[in-house]
Design a protein around this ligand. Structure first.
Ligand code: G
Ligand code: G
Ligand code: MN
Ligand code: NA
Length: 252
């Protein structure tokens, strides 16, 4: 309860920030091809609160829209700062599926980007696959509107849910992110996991959807992924999520 009232208060203040985990070319991991923005909240009283705590709390209390708009605002600030230095990089944000329940969310996002001069192709929205389970055709249509506007859609934690391939196509999904629980078991003789990941990579090629591996922690995993045709990944092997300043130093 105390967290909830602090969260309500925080949404009207400035105690949120984004950190950025680079997405890299798995053939040449010094090459940064994008980044995932991850929300951090430092409350004056509670200290650092983990997103695994406050994101579900926000969702249960009708605050996910406010939270997502806050994230988009921080995203825009970061992109403006990078653009002004000649760096143009697609950045992914995590969006709560619940935000899409609000009919005006799509319009709000598109006009907010437009107002701030951020071309839509520099925004990737990540939505978890498990949240897609509860999706109605309305929501799929809204996701389709986002992609029609040029915003790229990414299915996070792919492999953990049961996303319909039909939905993936209808929404015009750009990217699938292989859940890190799969990646953790690559290259160590776990043939079942390896076959699943191979199937995801083949499907991605067939449907023209980029496949990104997350949670890469070892060189063995990177090598396996490269040998099986996965071009992009992120994980502690390359970079941990970076504070804004150090993220910018990697790019400029
Ligand atoms: O960054 P960290 O590993 O602590 O993230 C934990 C979880 O919180 C991840 O699953 C991530 O998707 C989620 N998360 C991080 N930032 C955001 C955000 O800005 N919005 C939402 N909805 N979830 C986030
Ligand atoms: O669910 P989502 O993919 O949004 O989760 C992002 C979270 O994963 C971030 O909190 C980030 O800190 C974490 N993460 C990123 N790379 C790695 C990694 O290589 N290993 C582990 N264990 N966690 C990672
Ligand atoms: Mn994510
Ligand atoms: Na994930």
């Amino acid at each position: 309860l105390r967290i909830l009232s602090s969260l309500r208060k925080a949404l009207s203040e400035d105690s949120f920030r984004l950190v950025f985990q680079p997405k890299v070319d798995l053939h040449n991991s010094r090459r940064i091809v994008g980044a995932e923005a991850l929300l951090r909240w430092k409350d004056p009283l509670l200290g650092e609160v983990a997103p695994l705590e406050f994101v579900p709390l926000a969702e249960l209390n009708g605050l996910s829209n406010a939270l997502d708009l806050r994230v988009l605002k921080l995203f825009v600030e970061q992109q403006k700062s990078l653009f002004s230095r000649g760096v143009f990089l697609p950045i992914s944000v995590n969006i709560s599926a619940r935000s899409l329940y609000a009919a005006n969310f799509v319009k709000t996002v598109i006009s907010f980007l437009d107002f701030n001069g951020i071309p839509t192709k520099y925004l990737i929205m990540e939505i978890t696959e498990t949240s897609l389970l509860r999706f109605s055709s309305d929501i799929i249509e809204r996701l389709g509107q986002l992609s029609s506007a040029g915003i790229r859609l990414s299915i996070d934690d792919f492999g953990m849910g049961y996303a319909s391939l039909l939905y993936l196509q209808k929404m015009n999904t750009s990217e699938l992110k292989i859940d890190r629980s799969f990646v953790a078991n690559l290259g160590i003789g776990e043939t079942q996991t390896e076959r699943i990941v191979q199937a995801i990579l083949i499907m991605g090629r067939g449907l023209d959807i980029d496949v990104v591996a997350e949670g890469i922690e070892t060189e063995t995993q990177r090598e396996w992924l490269v040998n099986n045709g996965c071009a992009v990944g992120q994980g502690f092997l390359f970079k941990r999520p970076q504070e804004r300043k150090s993220f910018e130093r990697l790019l400029i």
